[in-house]
Design a protein around this ligand. Structure first.
Ligand code: ADP
Length: 401
């Protein structure tokens, strides 16, 4: 591989910026950093170069532009600034691409305007993503910027999966449909699961369970997403750390009419104070497992509600796909919680889905199978790597052919 081979990946959240500098020759991490608590009295920057010597700073960082300038300073201090001729491209995670963006896209003014037009669909995230792109562009106008959308992988969903059964004219006017999120992870993990089976992604059907703080499931047929559990927003679907996932929409009317709650308060309740946290006061699965082992009934209930929803989605996606070759667990909970994996597939041996207890509880890292050899469906643990996937996609687009 010749020419510039480094990719800077930027993930601008509502109050944080995560960044990684990768060298695509060997996919090595040259630096990993995080600016958090942007906009608060003091923000905090953590920067770890390849030698592992972590640097930390606490200082006021008013906005995402300032955060990125700070990250650029840290990279420059390592001799790897944004002006380095080694930098091939900056890859940006952009949360909402609506129906406009079906694949990674080289950023120009028209692309920025379209991401801006989608702000009402992701009011917390798209503005932060835009600020990241604009600042990176200003810092070095010669380096291409590529937007990689969280929704893009799901744009292959058929209309019958993407539509809500509501008045079509109203839905279209307000762009209300099921978009799905975590797409970069679902794409990466479904491909890796196929590789683990020694098969081409186009030949296999995979159910991916991305279980982090946010959580979503997807049904992937021959490498294309045909359904996913998140919808217009990341609130739909599985029980999550602090989000309720699926519920009767009339719960919202009830809270408004009977409990007199303003809509913003209902939004905060369902997104920030529900899910595992709402059920038992904790949203960290490690703590819930510890409390459960100590006989705590609230933790037990939270775990059971979480696992039951997961099992329902697994069953539903077996029906969606018809034939399933693999179920892949990923993200913080999926990669680490033996209890959740065991409970998610409990009782599904009739569908060919089961796990080997010894393999499930083995202390292992890396992609691995945890199903018994005779099982019809391979069950796998596949660590996700969204930054690498963004870097790979951005690099593929920016490289001179
Ligand atoms: P995010 O959605 O914030 O990217 P992650 O994928 O990092 O989330 O997952 C975070 C969650 O993973 C934590 O809330 C925690 O519950 C869970 N987790 C991390 N390590 C373990 C572990 N060893 N056992 C069980 N759960 C874990």
């Amino acid at each position: 591989m010749t020419g510039a081979t480094r990719v800077l990946v930027l993930n601008s959240g509502s109050s944080s910026v995560k960044y990684q500098l990768l060298d695509m020759r060997d996919e090595a991490r040259l630096a990993v950093g995080l600016v958090e608590r942007i906009g608060e009295r003091t923000a905090r920057l953590t920067h770890t170069p390849a030698d592992g010597r972590r640097r930390e700073r606490e200082l006021p960082v008013p906005d995402h532009g300032a955060a990125l300038r700070l990250a650029a300073e840290e990279l420059a201090a390592d001799g790897r600034g944004l002006d380095s001729p080694e930098l091939a491209v900056v890859g940006h995670r952009v949360v909402h691409g609506g129906q406009s963006f079906t694949e990674p896209t080289l950023v120009d003014d028209a692309v920025l305007a379209e991401i801006e037009r989608l702000v009402p669909l992701a009011p917390l995230h798209n503005p932060a993503n835009l600020a990241g792109i604009r600042t990176a562009r200003a810092l070095n106008p010669d380096v291409p910027q590529v937007a990689v959308f969280d929704t893009a992988f799901h744009t292959t969903m058929p209309e019958h999966a993407a539509r809500y059964a509501i008045d079509v004219a109203t839905a279209d006017r307000h762009r209300i449909r099921r978009y799905g999120f975590h797409g970069t992870s679902h794409a990466y993990v479904s491909r890796r699961a196929a590789a683990l089976l020694g098969r081409d992604p186009s030949e296999v059907n995979v159910i991916v369970l991305h279980l982090g703080n946010g959580a979503s499931a997807s049904a992937v047929a021959g490498g294309r997403c045909v359904d996913t559990s998140m919808g217009l927003t990341p609130l739909e679907g599985l029980v999550m750390g602090t989000r309720s996932g699926d519920l009767d929409p009339a719960v919202v009317f009830h809270l408004a009419r009977v409990a007199g709650m303003p809509v913003d308060e209902i939004d905060a309740l369902l997104n920030k104070r529900s899910g595992l946290l709402g059920l038992c006061g904790d949203n960290d699965m490690r703590e819930i497992a510890r409390r459960m082992a100590a006989g705590d009934p609230a933790a037990r209930l939270a775990f059971d509600v979480y696992a039951y929803r997961l099992r329902k989605y697994l069953g539903a996606y077996v029906a969606v796909l018809g034939r399933v070759d693999a179920v892949a667990f990923t993200a913080g909970v999926g990669e680490n919680s033996t209890e959740v994996r065991a409970a998610a597939v409990a009782g599904l041996s009739g569908l060919g889905i089961e796990i080997d207890e010894r393999l499930n509880s083995a202390a292992a890292k890396g992609p691995r199978l945890i199903s018994p050899e005779y099982a019809r469906v391979a069950v796998a643990v596949v660590p996700t790597d969204e930054e690498l996937e963004i870097a790979t996609q951005a690099f593929a687009l920016a490289r001179p052919r």
